[in-house]
Design a binder for this molecule. Structure first.
Ligand code: HEM
Length: 347
């Protein structure tokens, strides 16, 4: 009985911690904005104090800690035999909370288009607490044994993923050119556009992205019940993040920018010029969104590669080493792109 109570308290915490972390997320960004905004109204050339830089760095780390912590909660080992509906719901809830940085951007674009006058965080934070409350009220019924995902769907998701990767690798390499100059970024994008914006290819690219979201979420639904190891949970969590990221990103590019504002989707659009990513209270949410988008898409591809390697008889330690190398490279590429987007130039 005491064990049951402990288990149920664990599950409740596994919902309330991600809910609270996601609810607090916009306030961390708000505090970051406050810490990088000098007291004077003239911001040009104003140097930030060491304390302000230190505070801002800690707050940025706290913003990244939100999805990281939720990822760790979602990855807690589960014992399949005694798995209850509450365990599964807690895990799925933590997976959703991993997406907070990208969901907050998507949400912000939608409220902006809808003309909402209420600051986003005033809707966002209570909404997460309500979600947490609803999720924590699920029953303790024992889950039916794990039903396996269709092998066919996994293969098709992998093949389409490889197709999508052709675009994604180009797109990410394109963003690295921002480290040289916005002009270099634009020149490479112009070359790429002749291919990915071609009449037949662009709809195909969008269709592949939408298929990856739908098929990926279907796989996540089944795998989130299974007692997965941490590598599998990372693959699942990065896939959930990407589903929201890609949907929100395509909404920003195709609907918000190209259709609603009728502006070009260029360097200025991506980096939130003229105010940039760091000093604007809205744009700062784009920084973790872009950084994690790049990191998760590359690391998700590494996870897929690891599965393929294992299926082809590669030894587990070697496959894991390749995965770790890929993940470290993904972090470096993500940091490099964000440095370019926030003004660092190599020359
Ligand atoms: C630093 C991160 C990123 C930034 C700043 C960014 C920015 C942009 C911009 C400016 C465009 C418009 C391109 C154009 O007009 O030709 C675009 C399009 C797009 N991006 Fe990204 N992106 C990022 C990461 C990603 C990632 C990780 C993915 C995939 C998971 C992705 C998927 C797409 C797709 C599917 C399009 C539509 C392509 C089209 O115009 O047909 N982006 N992005």
């Amino acid at each position: 009985m005491r064990n049951m109570n402990k288990k149920s308290a664990d599950t409740t915490l596994a919902i309330w911690i991600p809910a609270a972390a996601a609810a607090i997320y916009p306030w961390i960004l708000e505090a970051f904005h406050w810490s990088v905004t000098p007291a004077t109204s003239d911001h040009s050339g104003t140097q930030l104090s060491t304390i302000a830089i230190l505070t801002a760095s800690l707050l940025l780390m706290a913003a990244f800690a939100v999805p990281l912590m939720n990822l760790m909660i979602a990855s807690r080992p589960q014992h399949t035999a005694a798995l209850t509906a509450a365990n599964v719901r807690a895990r799925r809830f933590a997976l959703l909370a991993v997406t907070a940085p990208t969901l907050y951007v998507f949400f912000g674009v939608l409220t902006y288009i809808a003309g909402s006058k209420v600051p986003d965080q005033w809707i966002w934070s209570p909404a997460w607490l309500v979600f947490g409350y609803v999720a924590s009220r699920s029953t303790d019924a024992v889950m039916p044994q794990h039903t396996r995902t269709s092998a066919h769907l996994r293969v098709v998701h992998g093949i389409c993923g490889a197709l999508a990767a052709l675009y994604v690798v180009f797109h990410i390499a394109n963003h690295l050119f921002g480290l040289i100059s916005p002009e270099a970024h634009a020149a490479v994008m112009d070359i790429g556009r002749t291919v990915y914006r071609a009449k037949l290819i662009e709809p195909l690219l969008v269709a592949v992205m939408l298929f990856q979201i739908a098929s990926g979420l279907r796989l996540v639904w089944t795998w989130s019940v299974a007692s997965s190891d941490r590598y599998q949970m990372f693959q699942i969590a990065s896939g959930v993040f990407l589903s929201i990221f890609i949907l929100g990103h395509m909404n920003s590019v195709f609907i918000y920018a190209r259709t609603w504002l009728n502006i070009p989707t260029d360097w200025a659009f991506a980096t939130g010029l003229p105010s940039g990513l760091i000093h604007d209270s809205w744009n700062i949410r784009l920084l973790p969104h872009y950084a994690l988008g790049v990191f998760f898409v590359l690391a998700h591809l590494c996870s897929g590669l690891r599965v393929v390697m294992l299926a082809h008889g590669v030894k587990v330690p070697l496959a894991n080493r390749c995965w770790w190398t890929g993940v470290l490279l993904s972090i470096l590429i993500s940091v490099a792109i964000i440095c370019g987007m926030t003004g660092l130039r190599l020359a």
